[in-house]
Design a binder for this molecule. Structure first.
Ligand code: PNW
Length: 528
């Protein structure tokens, strides 16, 4: 690095128990879409339906073939911290219900978890990353309140079978995307777009209730014995007023953030939908001659039951927008209710995705917003990353810059601002099926060669960038000559903190001196 580049960063480290990890999701990497007794999911149906506009008719039939490549993938994860992955609901419950448990499907996940643990990699499991069993969609999917029961039964099975080995659970990945893109715009499965003023709100309502029931189930039935953590992962862009001197733009920015992150965070971290959502949607509904608000209501009991169903704040974040107001007249849909337009600044660097501009300052502001709005919760960043499109270049300078600059802003939020960030997860382990964009946008730290039948994985240079940040546990001055800046010999990895937890447990028993406030810090490296 040049001296100029060195001075671009804030130097400092995260707390020693900070969690680092890398992530994927089932439909995007597994393949094996009908293997070993798996039932179809809404993404199988969606991608197999002609005319859905996915580049090159891409689908997840084979994806990265991770269903057959557990051992290969393990090798990739070793220097990248813990592993967040999701379970394909219809692989374990082919029609979505517990009427039939598909043991080979469960075996796949048991084997994956066992191998991760043997390799010293902590598993972090998402129960729902968008691939609803088609059998449940046939009953109306998330539009039908009965999903709350089916989801809870599925969660119960996962906690009982995998819970002894999994200490970190995520109920839903990005309910916003499910509600809006799946059941509003319809560009994601199941492709519902016939009533965008009503259905997304109903779907979100049921997702929130399902999350809360799964959290309570874990809390009441499993927490004491299994001692894990469970929460939800919400996604949000950061937003700034297009003109910071204009009150209209500031108000619009507030609506943007409250309708995005607040839609889900307010009921779970504060209680009930926010006033601005309730008032705006009610007034716009009545103005259009409807008898009542299109936003469903929680009963006071439901408000209570949902509020507080979190063990940390799971956050997916990618980019920032500049916001101004738009009056949609009497149109009845989410966008019209929110009433904003969004633009990018011309100076923001591009990525391979039109919606994603490189805006590192936004993550620090968003973390501060969460700290100040939702009671300073523990925050686990469960996704952050950037895409490329077009010609392949393993020297992925955009991603190297993205991780360095975004994680550096996370460090500032933690150290300088006191946001209680506990961990950071990079999206994504490898290039994979990027939903409606097929394989055209690549978020991976590893390049997956799709023209090679073996789907070979090759590290991009950003693997070094990210593993160096992990080894240094932050950013150390390049002139310091610190060991962590040097690449480690092949086959070396920093162990995860589960070992530390065990040590703490062993010293806090009934006999002997009370060592519970003794803080031991051990850095252990393991060799193959
Ligand atoms: C997240 N958008 O989704 C998901 O959790 C991942 O599965 C996905 O691959 C990743 O981000 C990258 O896109 C998003 O259009 C999908 O604004 C689309 C959008 C945002 C997030």
């Amino acid at each position: 690095w040049s001296e100029f580049q060195n001075r671009m960063y804030y130097y400092g480290t995260f707390p020693t128990d900070f969690l680092w990890g890398v992530t994927s999701s089932a439909y995007q990497i597994e393949g094996g879409w009908n293997a070993g007794g798996k039932g179809p999911s809404i993404w199988d149906t969606f991608t197999h339906t002609p005319g859905n506009g996915i580049p090159e008719n891409g689908n997840g039939d084979v994806a990265c073939d991770s269903y057959n490549k557990v051992d290969v993938d393990l090798g990739l994860i070793k220097t990248l911290g813990y592993y967040r992955f999701s379970i394909s609901w219809s692989r374990v419950l082919p029609d979505g219900t517990t009427a039939h448990v598909n043991e080979p499907g469960l075996k796949y996940y048991e084997n994956l978890i066992d191998k991760l643990l043997q390799a010293g990699i902590e598993p972090q499991v998402t129960l729902y990353h968008w691939d609803l069993p088609q059998g449940l969609e046939n009953m109306g999917g998330w539009q039908n309140v009965i999903m709350v029961e089916y989801f809870t039964q599925y969660a119960d099975l996962m906690f009982s079978r995998l819970g002894p080995k999994v200490k970190r659970w995520i109920t839903f990945n990005e309910p916003y995307i499910v509600a809006n893109l799946g059941y509003g715009y319809g560009n994601f499965a199941p492709g519902v777009s016939n009533d965008p003023g009503v259905i997304p709100y109903v779907v979100a309502h049921h997702l929130i209730k399902s999350h809360a029931e799964a959290w309570h189930l874990y809390n009441d039935k499993y927490r004491a014995a299994q001692g894990g953590q469970i929460s939800i992962t919400l996604n949000a862009d950061w937003a700034e007023p297009r003109n910071p001197y204009k009150q209209e733009d500031i108000d619009a920015t507030y609506r943007y953030v409250e309708f995005f992150l607040g839609w889900f965070a307010h009921p779970i971290y504060i209680g009930d939908y926010s006033e601005i959502m309730k008032t705006t949607i009610r007034e716009r509904s009545l103005a259009a001659g409807l008898p009542k608000s299109r936003l469903p209501e929680f009963t006071p009991e439901e408000v209570q039951r949902i509020n507080g169903t979190h063990d940390y704040f799971g956050l997916n974040h990618y980019t920032t927008k500049l916001i101004f107001p738009i009056d949609y007249g009497l149109q009845q849909n989410y966008d019209a209710d929110r009433g904003v337009g969004a633009v990018d600044d011309w100076s923001w660097l591009d990525s391979g995705s039109s919606w994603l501009k490189v805006t590192p300052f936004g993550i620090r502001r968003l973390l501060n917003h969460i700290k100040n709005t939702y009671g300073n919760p523990q925050i686990l960043i469960t996704e952050n990353g950037v895409s490329e499109k077009g010609p392949v270049d393993l020297n992925d300078v955009v991603r190297q810059h993205y991780y360095n600059s975004y994680i550096n802003e996370v460090l500032k939020a933690r150290v300088l601002d006191g946001a209680d960030v506990r961990g950071y997860t990079a999206w994504s382990l490898m290039d994979n099926f990027e939903w409606a964009e097929g394989y055209s946008e690549r978020f991976g730290l590893y390049f997956v060669n799709r023209s090679d039948p073996k789907l070979t994985r090759t590290p991009k240079v950003s693997v070094q960038t990210f593993s160096t940040i992990i080894r240094c546990n932050g950013f150390v001055d390049p002139n310091s000559g610190n060991e962590c800046l040097k690449p480690q010999p092949e086959g070396t990895q920093r162990c995860q903190s589960n070992l530390l937890l065990t040590l703490t447990g062993a010293t806090s028993g009934k006999e002997g001196p009370d060592l519970s406030d003794v803080n031991v810090q051990i850095l252990i490296y393991r060799h193959k």
